[in-house]
Design a protein around this ligand. Structure first.
Ligand SMILES: Nc1nc2c(c(=O)[nH]1)N[C@H]1C(S)=C(S)[C@@H](COP(=O)(O)O)O[C@H]1N2
Ligand SMILES: [Mo]
Length: 320
């Protein structure tokens, strides 16, 4: 995020393999890598045999969500090898390389603060209690790249309601695990640990806001935020906090990790907005990982119909 400028992405992060794939798609015609309509999730036609073997193993028959978009899916390989998870290093390839040291069992999440029933919930209980579904969402990183990810998850509101937020619960704060033994990157003082994110309560309760436990019909790989991570599709990727251990309902907006690191660059809202530039680069266009040409970034990442109402009357240049 902070470290690389979008211009750096072109040379170093778009692999020659991706460019090769893009050319092949181009030759195959505009529909290119069309999706194989199969059992369970759509599998990109260029998925390797190994990828196909992984896909749909853990959650084979997921209900599809009405919120699913029809954009071509990013490949399993790109989604799981091109990551931001600074607890495991700042390079995009670091999380896939180093996150295997994260122990995701036993794992419990503490829900506390302005709730009637503060307490812990074990990840196994989470998997039993909530109805999982497939949610295909765009993810737009503040750096200028994007992906299309078939998540497995359930609405955050279902979990919050179980703990009964009080009338003082105006914001929700999320906290990532912070263990230097399992997460070598937290020795780096570039960011303040643990990683913290926040939402306004109405954003948290919006039906689009997801807690994800998997992707491509399989449990989340550690590098994608196992065992439980947030997904807020109309906000820049960094709001979607990984490997959550604490959810705290609060009265005041929490100071998030990126606000603390660079308050003039990262605000509390961080809504995807092509009209509001990052101080060091434009947000008008984005590069879909696996594609060669850039495309226009959509207001609220294309989710305006569902979420624009949340911001009526607000100045989104000030509240960036
Ligand atoms: N705990 C934690 N969560 C995090 C991050 C991080 O460094 N630490 N990076 C964020 C950023 S900048 C992005 S773009 C997304 C990337 O999610 P993905 O790797 O699953 O695509 O995770 C977000 N969640
Ligand atoms: Mo990001």
């Amino acid at each position: 995020m902070l470290i690389k400028r979008p211009d750096d992405i072109r040379s170093s992060d778009i692999t020659s393999e991706s460019i090769y794939k893009e050319r092949r798609r181009f030759m195959q015609g505009a529909i290119g890598a069309g999706l194989v309509a199969g059992i369970g999730l759509n599998i990109p036609s260029d998925a390797t045999a190994k990828e196909k073997a992984i896909i749909n193993q853990d959650f084979p028959k997921l209900p599809k969500s009405a919120f699913n978009i029809s954009d071509e899916l990013t490949t399993y390989k790109d989604i799981t090898t091109y990551n931001n998870f600074y607890e495991f290093g700042t390079d995009k390839s670091d999380p896939a390389r180093y996150a295997h040291t994260l122990q995701t069992r036993p794992w419990s999440i503490r829900v506390e603060g302005e709730v009637e029933n503060a307490g812990n919930i074990d990840i196994e209980e989470v998997l039993k209690l909530f109805t999982l579904e497939e949610r295909i969402y765009r993810l737009r990183c503040v750096e200028g790249w994007s992906m299309v990810i078939p998540w497995v998850g359930f609405p955050l509101q279902a979990l919050l309601k179980r703990f009964k937020p009080t009338s003082k619960a105006k914001y929700v704060m999320f906290v990532t695990k912070n263990d230097p033994k399992q997460m070598p990157g937290v020795r780096n003082t570039l960011l303040h640990w643990p990683y913290v994110e926040g939402l306004r309560i109405d954003e948290a309760m919006n039906p689009l806001t997801l807690l994800a436990v998997g992707l491509y019909g399989n449990v989340l790989p550690n590098q994608n935020g196992a065992p439980l991570r947030l997904v807020v599709p109309w906000k820049y990727g960094f709001k979607s906090i990984k490997s959550i251990v604490e959810i705290r309902l609060v009265e005041k907006p929490p100071i998030t990790t990126w606000m603390r690191a660079a308050p003039s660059e990262y605000g509390f809202y961080s809504n995807v907005n092509p009209e509001v530039s990052h101080p060091r680069w434009s947000q008008k266009r984005e590069r879909r990982i696996g594609h060669f040409f850039k495309q226009d970034t959509l207001m609220f990442n294309g989710y305006g119909e569902q979420v624009a109402d949340l911001y009526t009357g607000m100045n989104l240049t000030k509240n960036f």
